[in-house]
Design a protein around this ligand. Structure first.
Ligand code: FPP
Length: 224
């Protein structure tokens, strides 16, 4: 049986969910946050050490201003409300992506990372202003600047995900079969699960089904 160290998730479908409920896209994001909370709890129950959530991509800046504003307010409130509890529950928060937000949000995120730095029950990697191509370019430039060899080990060690094992599982909800510039280097050998349900409808039982399916997969990593 495979053990699971790291699950990465593209939480897709909030906007469609909000519209389907005859409300608006932001209503879907708000409901999507409740799914985030459920999945964090379930990840701890399953003793998984790393959970990476794609919350905002480098491409998401092209969305309407009101949606961007809403998403960041949701994020800010979520961190402010939850960080003490995260810390109590031995959860570490790490941001992957370039922190180019308001000075207040940048500070909140950095302070939260610092505060939870030593925790080791679960590490939540929040991908914010994250794009995989951006990350790879950033990494290669850094290696060149430091006169390091461009090889697989050095690249892996210099990505935003430095020190984090590669995801065993990548889940994308929302019935869309694409990777959307998420962790392209890191998911080279991940098992990918595309889930029909929209993110706000995704629940603990759907998540556990995927985890159980994964446990039984024969992983060859190129061998036979
Ligand atoms: C994709 O759905 C979702 C996002 C771009 C944002 C994800 C945000 C959340 C789940 C809520 C906030 C989370 C945190 C951690 C604070 P979409 O809007 O692209 O959906 P669509 O495909 O239906 O348009």
């Amino acid at each position: 049986m495979n053990t699971i160290k790291h699950v990465a998730i593209i939480m897709d479908g909030n906007g469609r969910w909000g519209l389907k409920k005859k409300k608006n896209r932001n209503f879907g994001h708000k409901k999507g946050l409740l799914t985030v909370e459920k999945i964090i709890k379930q990840t701890i129950k399953n003793k998984i050490k790393y959970l990476t959530l794609f919350a905002f991509s480098t491409e998401n800046w092209k969305r309407p201003k009101n949606e961007i504003k809403y998403l960041f307010k949701l994020l800010e409130n979520f961190i402010k409300e939850r960080i003490v509890e995260f810390n109590k529950n031995n959860i570490k928060l790490k941001i992957i992506g370039i922190k180019k937000f308001s000075p207040q949000l940048n500070k909140l995120l950095s302070d939260s990372e610092k505060k939870t730095k030593k925790n080791n029950k679960l590490q939540i990697n929040l991908a914010l202003n994250y794009g995989s191509k951006d990350e790879i370019i950033h990494t290669i430039k850094k290696l060149i600047k430091n006169k390091k060899k461009i090889n697989e080990i050095n690249i892996s060690k210099s990505l935003f995900t430095e020190g984090i094992p590669e995801p065993d599982i990548l889940i994308r909800t929302g019935n869309t079969h694409r990777l959307s510039n998420f962790l392209l280097w890191q998911i080279a050998y991940s098992e990918i699960f595309f889930e029909k349900k929209l993110w706000p409808d995704f629940n603990e039982s759907d998540y556990n089904k995927i985890l159980n399916k994964f446990k039984k997969i024969k992983r060859n990593f190129g061998k036979i």
